[in-house]
Every structure is written in structure tokens, then in C-alpha cells.
Design a protein around this ligand. Sequence first.
Ligand SMILES: [Zn+2]
Length: 471
Amino acid sequence: MKRSWKRAVLIVAILAFCFLLAFYLRFPDWFHAQPSREPPVSNQTFGDRLLVIAPHPDDETLGGAGAILKQLEHHKQVKVVIMTTGDGYRKAVREQFHIAAPKPSDFRKLGYVRHDESVHGLEALGVAPADMIFLGYPDGGVNGLWQNNWEYSHLHKALNGCTHAPYPFAYEKQAPYCGTNVVKNLTAIIREYQPTDILYPDPNDVHHDHWATQAFTKYTITQMQYHAKEWTYLVHRYDWPVPWAYEPNLGLQPPISLLQVGTRWFDLPLTQEEEGRKRTAIQQYRSQERVMEPFLEAFIRKNDLLGTYPPQQIPGVDTFPDFQKQEHVPRPLIIDPIGDTFTRKLHGAGDIRSLYVFKWQQKLWIVLQMRQEISADLSYFIRFRAFHSNQSTTRDDMKFLSNHLIEYSLADNSRLYARLENASMTIDDNRLMIGLPLTKDWGDVSNLMISADTYQGHTLIDKSAWENGRF
Ligand SMILES: [Zn+2]
């Protein structure tokens, strides 16, 4: 063989190897477990009143079309709540209006376009305009409302230039952009409509508006002590849906990275006619088809995919768990996929594996377990919301940096300081263990929502789902 040939073969072999390596790093789970599933659900599974909650105009169809169609075919009720008008999507503004540097008024213009698209999409599914609710919160800012702009005194300023919902079609005209007001709106809607089933985003969805919509919904339901069947749908995940293309003869499979995190996955099979109607509905979201048509059309499959999260209890234990020997270790409240992004592969110390929450000897123990040894270069956050029996809720965030608890954020820090008095913190290899004394103010706590995230500087390395445990 000539030398140039040998070199060509070698180059092809190296390229093929690099491609396979890159694929493995991007989608490691493809090489491991295979999906397993619960029996399919049908319209019989849902009660009389379905409430679908969507972060942006189009999510209600991508994740909820099947459930909506089946409800309406069987003359049951459907109501759809859309949190934002999708007015913060810079690329869509540029493509829609051919503007290089959009102004706040251009973002608002997109809000009107996307509102109309949702109306047409939902009409194609048979939903009456009276059953469509647009809250008008800021696109790209739902996590901001959840995390930072909670109070009326601290409103969020959106890309649309506003601190209040500027749209005449908003559920609450001039709704202030803050978390408290989101909960107020969701509470009023649920109280009035009394849904039997609530379908909302999956807690492991990686888009910040999506996971924050899940957090707001779960928070509201928990605070109201409201009972409905809860279902989740997934839209954004690195390895999902596969492939990103219109493949109407394929099924929608759960991402392999989310098979072992505690979600129960259900197929909602669609007839050919229902699939066709879902496609017609998706085609109404023209501004979105323009920027990501293959992605949207990848949701037209032989089934919709729904998830459920079985309720969990925060256990009391008699013996402190021995994590090294794996003795007396309770079930983690949160299991997080590991190594599912390049950043997490690189930063094992920031790659969350699981979070344990349990009571032992008059303390509430929170154990954050990482894939590798805890690093002083990273910061670790543990955030919790405690629900009291009088329907009040407290919000606490704890931050650990350089192996010390150095900072607490959120309002009402005096309470958190009190909570942290006599708290213990230890680092044991890849685990951060915090023991909070179960003082009087924990006495009437009925539920706890909790989440963890890790940063290097300002760069997010990993973020767990928000999970809920009965206290
Ligand atoms: Zn979305």
C-alpha cells in the first residue's frame, strides 16, 4: 500500500474513533441500560378535569396534545395554562422580524405572535378559547421569579422591558413579575377549576423555564394541600427526543439517563388520526417551526410520554447510615443522572449523584453525594422550602464554599440563622453532610421541597430536580 493511502486510512480511523468517543461522552447511557416501561395509559386513566401547565406557547402541544385530544374525544374538560408568552426568544425575534438587535418592543411583538400561535394550535386540538389561560410571565425568567424575584418588593425586569405583564390577554392584567404572584395565580386557577389531573413539566427538564414551572406547580399544589393525579411531560433534555426528526412511525422513548431516577414512565398511545391532529397543531407554531422545525416535529410519534413521581416520605432512622459500607442507608430523596454533560464529566466534584434527607437524633440530616470528592474550588447549594400546616411556607437556601457554610440567600435570614444554630457540617470524601437541629419551628412542617446545585464561579455545573418529601 502506498504511504499516502496508509495515511488516509489512519486519518479515517482516528476520525471514526474521535466520533465514537464524542458520541460516548455526549450520550454515555446509550451504551448501558435499555428502557423498561409501565403499562400504557388511556383516556380512562384521567378524571373529568385535566389541567395542562406549559412554560411557553408550544409546550402544551408538544407534551400535552395526546392527553388533551383524548379528554375532549370523551367529552371531558380541559384547561390549559401558559406561563409565559415566549417573548424572550432572541433568535425567534430576529428570524420573525428580520432585526439584528431587537428592542423590548420587538420582544413584546413576538409575545403577541406566539400567543396567537398557541390559540390556533389549541383550537386545532379542539380546546375552546375560554379554556386557554395566558399568565404573561417573562419568557426566560421563570427561574428568576422562583429563585430571586419572589417578593413584590423585588420585581423581575424582563427582556420585553416590563416588570408587569403588558398583554391585554393576560389572566391578571399588569400581573407583577414575582414568584409570590405566580403562586397566587396558580392557586386561584386550581381552586376555581378543581382539576382531577394536572399535567406539568418534568422536574428533570433542563430548560430553566421548564423546571421552574414544575417547581411552581408542585409548590402551589403542596401549599394548597390539593390532591389530584399528577403527570409530567419532558421537552428539553440533551439526549431527547431521539432522533430530532419527523418520524411518525417511531415511538417516543424516555431518555436512558432518566430511567434510574425514580420516574415512572407511561406511554399514551396515539391513533394515526390523533398523530395527524398533533402535527396540524404543531404546524401552527410558525415562529418556532422557523427556528427549530426538526425538534418540534420529533414530538409527532406513535405515543406521548408521561411521567409520574411516587410520593416520598422523609424517614426517621435509628442508626446513622454508614455510607462507606452502604449499611443502614435510606433511599435517596433525589437521584441525579451522572456524567450526562461534558462539564459534569470534567467536574466529578460538581456532578450530583444523590441527595439523602432523613431525621436522626433530633436533627434533620441532608447528605449531598457527589460523583467525586468534594472540592474547595466549587460552591454547593442546598435549597429547601418547608410547608407548614397553617399553609405558610418558608424558603431557605444554603451555600457552601471552600468547605464552609458562608452565605445564605433569600428573605428572612434571621430564621435561617436560628435554624443553623448548633447545626453540624461534615465533609466525608464525596459527601457533604449537614445536620439541622429540629427546633420548634420544624414542629408543624408537613412537607419539604428540596433541590441542590453546584457552581464553579458563576458557571452552573449541575442542578438536581426539585423533589418533595412528606415530613
Ligand atoms: Zn418551552
